[in-house]
Design a protein around this ligand. Sequence first.
Ligand code: ZN
Length: 74
Amino acid sequence: MNGADGLMLVGPCCHSRRFIFANIRTLIMSIKCGDKPGEGRYVCKKCGKSITLKSKDEAIYPCPLCQFCEYRQG
Ligand SMILES: [Zn+2]
């Protein structure tokens, strides 16, 4: 039983590490027009305007204020 518990600890640990790496990748990479990063809020890198995507099939569109095409995760 103890051995099985030890193995159980490895699972969640590796999972959360992968999760953190995925988030860092998203933060570093900028999101550009036409990308489909999924549901969520995205902030224009130029003027700070945030847009919201409501579905994973919705593509990033040019900023409604300044027409800039690069966003970061909001
Ligand atoms: Zn903008």
